[in-house]
Design a binder for this molecule. Sequence first.
Ligand code: ZN
Length: 276
Amino acid sequence: MLESIIAIVAGLLIGSFLNVCIYRMPRDISVVRPRSFCPHCEHPIAWYDNVPMVSYFVLRRRCRYCRAAIPWRYLVVEFFTAVLFFAVVHALGLTAAAARLCLLMALLVGLTFADLEERFLPEEFTIGGMLVGLVFACFVPVDDMIAHALLGAFGVHWTERWMSLAESVLGAAMPAGFLWLGGLVFEKLRHKEGLGLGDVWMMAMLGSFLGLRATLLTLVVGSILGSVIGFVYILATRKQAGTYQLPFGTFLGFAGILVALSGQQVIDWYVRNWCS
Ligand SMILES: [Zn+2]
């Protein structure tokens, strides 16, 4: 019970901070100073008007000073982060593994909504997140065995800590490398930019946390989600398919959350049924 409350409160507070990051990072404003302000009238927001989720309803979705509407994204990000933190702590307890997974969830929620709203993937989350993922791999084992197998084939047997770091490095480098190469080929063939570098770094961040297999699964799930939802959206809104820029990071983010919460079971099922 206490664990769940801690998880939900932490999720709400971090969700609130993510909202600040999503608005400020694309605009190059510091996330520390100035303190929270209304993006419309720039009036500072008092602490009692800044309580996650609660203030949104108390203020009836409007700024106290200028009455401008507060975007729904503020509510959704706080709620979503709290639910994900709760799910992680419910499964893993208050452990280092839960802290690592919660951090990944926060990064993915931030990237998902930043790309949806601003078509922007902050490097603090992608490159910064990847570095944190690599460091975490030294303390919480990355759940994969591809690097184990590759190194084992060359007679290399490191301690678990170094093996985990090897899984993290492989996960960060390979899928991101594929994506980068794919983008390069697309650019050469079609003479326009297919993927931003932000997507490539986001992939590297995912890989540093999830290892190679789960990251490849994320890429597949994200691409399917992006194709289906993007196709339906373009049809429904009659946007120009050739010029509409799909927020690939958003689909990758959703896929990453799905895979991180359930991926190992999916991979195990696939290996059991198709690879034996
Ligand atoms: Zn205002």
